[in-house]
Structure formats: C-alpha cells, structure tokens
Design a protein around this ligand. Structure first.
Ligand code: URA
Length: 247
C-alpha cells in the first residue's frame, strides 16, 4: 500500500488528532513540557512537524503518529465488545485513552471494533477509526474469511462436518449458511472458517447439527493470525498486516 504524503502539522493539532484531549489540553501538555519530539522537549504548541513516521512521547508514553489507527486486540473471555456494556467490562477499557479518544467526524469517538465477539469468545479482534475499512471488512460482499477454534460438548462426527460444509438452516433465516472450511482436529475440537458474520453464527451452526459450543476462539481474519499476543494485550497493525487483510 502506497502511503499518501501528509502535510506538516502544528504540535497541538498532532496531539489532538491522536486523541490526547481537546486542543486546549494538548496545547497545555506541550507548554508544560510534557511532550517530546525526536527525543527533545518541545514547548511551542504551534511548532510544525512532518507527521510521516513521526514518533513523539507524552508524559513519558511513546506514541507513533497514525493518520488512521488500526489495532489488533486479543479479546479475553468475560469482556463485552460494547462501549456501554451491560454486565461485563468493555473491551475498550483494555485500550489506552488516546485510542478511545481519537476525534471522529461521526458522533462516536475513538477506534471501533470491526464486528463483535460474544462475551465468552476469545481471540482476534480488529479495531480502527477508519469507517471505510470497517465497512469493507464487515460487508458480506467481501467474504473475508474468519477462522474459529471451536471446543464442542459432544464428539464431532463426519456427518456434522458434512452438514456444516454443505449448509445448515438457522431458525430466523431460511437461507442455509455454510462453512467455507471445516476440519475436526480432535474429538471435540473443530477448526471452522466462515465468510459471514451473523449473530452467534458459530454457536447456532453447531446447535443446528446437534452439538454445543463449550469454547470459542478466533485465531485468524483473512491472512492475519493472532500469534502469541497474550489475552488482554493489543498491538498496532503493521503495513504488512494491513496488506494481508486487504489482499
Ligand atoms: N460466532 C459466535 O457464535 N460467537 C462469536 O463470538 C463469534 C462467532
């Protein structure tokens, strides 16, 4: 992906664009000597910097300038993918404040989850403030494959695998849904690839073939794998990660 060239920006605008608070707060942070750019403390909030590949730190926290934020979170069990959770802590509490506060034109602020995982589901979750990316990744038209590791209550039979691959009917939807790939990797462990994201889809598909999901983990989206990121941890997506997702 070719990066487009970005105009130099004033330091207070840089901080504001990255979610460090209102323009007034950002100007204050700079004037009080809390901001370092390229290792030097800068106290003029109006000083211009090239933002391409710019790294700065605010109150000792290093931060890279990103025109859009794209992050990968290892969602732990017992968290909700909602800004206003009903029962469990929100996944957004696992992210640093600037990611939650990035200014947006829309009513919502900060990065948003690309689709949702259930409270008890673990694994790979993408978050971004790029609305077009969210739309593209979530649209059924784009068929982005998502790989789930499913632990089942009952042993998986060849008939169940066959039905999951050829299509099962879910109660509120007459059109059968099928897995793009399905492989029993152990007696009660299934690797399932879906290209759609209907509500509780894995759980409902397993119920439709007479089994039950006991554990659900998403390990891959498109060509991007979760890797060894610990539950509750997040990281920035690299340009290579983005290329894997967009290809
Ligand atoms: N399917 C489900 O049933 N739950 C999830 O969290 C994701 C896919």
């Amino acid at each position: 992906m070719k990066a487009k060239s970005l105009k130099p920006m004033r330091l207070e605008d840089i901080l504001f664009s990255q979610g460090f608070g209102t323009r007034r707060v950002c100007a204050g942070l700079v004037q009080q000597g809390h901001v370092q750019v390229l290792g030097e403390t800068v106290t003029d909030a109006g000083e211009f910097f090239d933002v391409q590949d710019l790294h700065f730190s605010v109150q000792g926290t290093p931060w890279p300038f990103k025109e859009h934020a794209y992050v990968l979170l290892h969602k732990p069990a017992g968290t909700e993918c909602s800004q206003k959770p009903s029962t469990w802590p929100s996944i957004y509490t696992l992210l640093p404040a600037p990611l939650r506060q990035r200014p947006q034109k829309a009513a919502v602020q900060g990065v948003q989850a690309v689709g949702r995982l259930d409270q008890d589901t673990t694994g790979l979750l993408l978050l971004t403030d790029d609305g077009q990316f969210i739309h593209k990744m979530s649209s059924p038209k784009h068929h982005v494959p998502k790989v789930y590791e499913v632990t089942t209550k009952h042993p998986i039979t060849p008939d169940m695998v066959h039905k999951l691959l050829s299509g099962v009917v879910l109660e509120d939807d007459p059109k059968p849904v099928k897995a793009a790939a399905c492989e029993a990797v152990a007696e009660c462990h299934l690797k399932l690839t879906l290209t759609e994201g209907k509500y509780h889809q894995v759980k409902r598909m397993l119920a439709a073939v007479g089994n039950r999901v006991e554990g659900l983990h998403r390990s891959q989206i498109g060509g991007l794998v979760l890797g060894d990121l610990a539950p509750g941890q997040w990281r920035w997506l690299t340009p290579e990660d983005l290329a894997l997702l967009k290809s």
